[in-house]
Design a protein around this ligand. Sequence first.
Ligand code: AHM
Ligand code: MG
Length: 334
Amino acid sequence: MSTGGARPIVTVQQHILEHQRQFPHASGEFSWLLSGITLATKIIAAQVQRAGIVDVLGATGEVNVQGEVVQKLDTLANETIHRCLGYRGNVGIVVSEEDDEPRVIHEAGDKGKYIVLFDPLDGSSNIDVNVSIGTIFSILRVRDDVPRSEVINQVLQPGLEQLAAGYVVYGSSVVMAYTTGAGVHMFTLDPSIGAFVLTREYVTMPLKGKTYSINEAYWHTFPKGIQGFLEWAKSEEAGGYSLRYVGSLVADFHRTLLKGGVFLYPPTRKDPKGKLRLLYEANPMAMLAEQAGGMATDGTRRILEKPPQALHERTPLILGSRSEVEKVLSFWKP
Ligand code: AHM
Ligand code: MG
């Protein structure tokens, strides 16, 4: 059909359906699962945009399994995702940053062949102050070689096994990025029609950038090599880097993906293994980064190759343009 010369409008649903033919795990079920995630993020976006009008700001008074203060929007986002995925027959296990244990939805057979892992609302400290926050997700397939009753062993798969990964950033506009291993694609939520519309296909991360992104307040507790890189980045020799740090991984990664540069969350005195979680923060971002031509490492190995040992395991994370990540590694040998 002719579009009369105008750019065709493609929604995320259409895009997934068309593209699933190109990858080996193609099935209508998989796009059904992804559409559960997009539905949840639209509901979360609506809540985020009305924060302050409806009573969703502030803390719940609880502390999660990671020892962090739980915000009302964290809980709301978590339950929204569970509600949207709970009735999709193909979801077997759901893992969330906000839950101590995985939730088993379907225990056997084809009815639950996917595992969904997510951080429902990343960047919680920014919720109350109208700064960008996000949702991160990762999808794995249930393993045939591990009994379904061994739920934790089912979930502890290295990032290379991810079938898909993505995020939604609730910023000045709401943008979703996803990959199924065939490039990174971006969609912007058009609030007037309630649909994510394709805005960028096959996104590539610039090979080099001019931004480094780190919480430099922890300087004195960083490894010497990281301090060395930061000194270099500020030197005349480096040619003029800028520091940008939102404090929401999703927002900092989104900028790095589009503009290049490097994001760092190294070991600190408070978090000797880094702060970010391997399964639902580092792994999905690493898959997106690599699919866009970038790199993701913990300083010693590729993030996607790390065999996870625990559900809420943390990892150091150096993520971004190849040139900058390699530069960091030239200073830092853990
Ligand atoms: P959260 O998932 O509890 O929000 O924590 C993760 C967030 C990331 O979004 C961000 O990169 C990091 O924590 C910021 O930590 P810090 O305040 O130590 O710089
Ligand atoms: Mg998070």
